[in-house]
Design a protein around this ligand. Structure first.
Ligand code: RRO
Length: 301
């Protein structure tokens, strides 16, 4: 067995494979397929203070190289997460649980962070400032650096555990966004979220999604994610969770080599619900066969 233990600052994972928010439910939906206790960490679906019904359908479209979503933050609210979802994950001692918050305002995020601070089953908090599918908050935060600074530092004040901030690549300068996030108190960065994109319905000659814009994910965005990780990793010594179109062990290796410390699996969970566990085995096998350590997976000049 290769050594797969991964330290993301204070957040220690048994291996670097993570599941991305919104693509793996609350973990328990996947127990018929995967031994949750083998995964490095799962990131729960974004939560808000109150329940949200989400966007008007259609919410999903396929593309030749991925999928688009316009879920619009559907969730049952933070109290349901605490009463129903977190207790269901109690038995999994090796699995780290990352809660993802996506309040529409600074105040809502502060309130979510204050509540989750008390939850022992939450090992880290991911602050989602990059959802492309909501009118308030979400991606619009990323375009306003003073707001990013204030939002992160306020959440930082409320939450004492490892704080992850999830960034978008659809900004003018991701290095600047990362710099502001780190200065404000982000300990780990996760990048990237889905890319704002559009689809057209030929029959009605209308935009396919009611909001027009939807988030593109899957293999189409993998090279965009690689560049974002490269840009941030080459400027800052901060742990990075790389996300974006990972679908094979080769992709996992590319993300680790270019600068990610852990790799999050998103869209591929819908195609192959066993993928996270398979990638852990394949990473172990690759390192053994090639007599390499995780630390040796670095970009050569
Ligand atoms: O719920 C969503 O529509 C959503 C979110 Br919160 C997000 O962060 N990224 C995404 O593609 N969809």
């Amino acid at each position: 067995m290769a050594e797969l233990k991964t330290k993301l600052g204070r957040l220690e994972l048994q291996n670097p494979i993570v599941t991305a928010s919104g693509t793996f439910g609350y973990g328990t939906e996947f127990t018929d397929f995967v031994d949750l206790d083998r995964i490095g960490a799962i990131t729960l679906k974004s939560v808000t203070m109150e329940a949200k019904i989400g966007n008007i359908p259609p919410r999903i479209a396929e593309t030749p190289s991925g999928m688009m979503n316009s879920i619009g933050l559907e969730n049952n609210g933070i109290q349901d997460l605490i009463k129903r979802r977190l207790p269901a994950l109690e038995g999994y001692k090796n699995l780290k649980v990352i809660a993802n918050i996506a309040g529409h305002s600074i105040e809502e995020n502060i309130e979510c962070a204050r509540i989750l601070e008390k939850e022992k089953r939450v090992d880290a908090l991911e602050l989602n400032i990059s959802c492309p599918n909501v009118a308030a908050g979400g991606l619009s935060f990323c375009f306003d650096l003073p707001v990013v600074e204030k939002l992160i530092s306020k959440v930082r004040d409320e939450y004492s555990g490892p704080l992850i901030v999830k960034l978008s690549a659809s900004v003018p300068d991701i290095v600047k966004l990362a710099e502001v996030s780190i200065k404000a108190g982000a300990e780990i960065l996760s990048l990237i979220n889905t890319i704002p994109a559009m689809e057209v319905d030929i029959t009605s000659r209308k935009l396919f999604f009611k909001r027009g814009v939807a988030g593109l994910s899957g293999p189409a965005i993998r090279p965009i994610a690689l560049k974002a990780i490269y840009d941030v990793a080459s400027h800052f010594k901060i742990p990075i969770i790389g996300i974006g179109g990972v679908s094979s062990i080769e992709d996992v290796l590319k993300f680790l080599i270019i600068g990610a410390d852990a790799v999050s699996i998103g869209m591929m969970n819908f195609i192959n619900p066993k993928i996270a566990e398979t990638l852990i085995d394949e990473l172990d096998e690759y390192l053994n066969t090639n007599k390499l350590t995780l630390a040796e997976l670095t970009l050569q000049s």
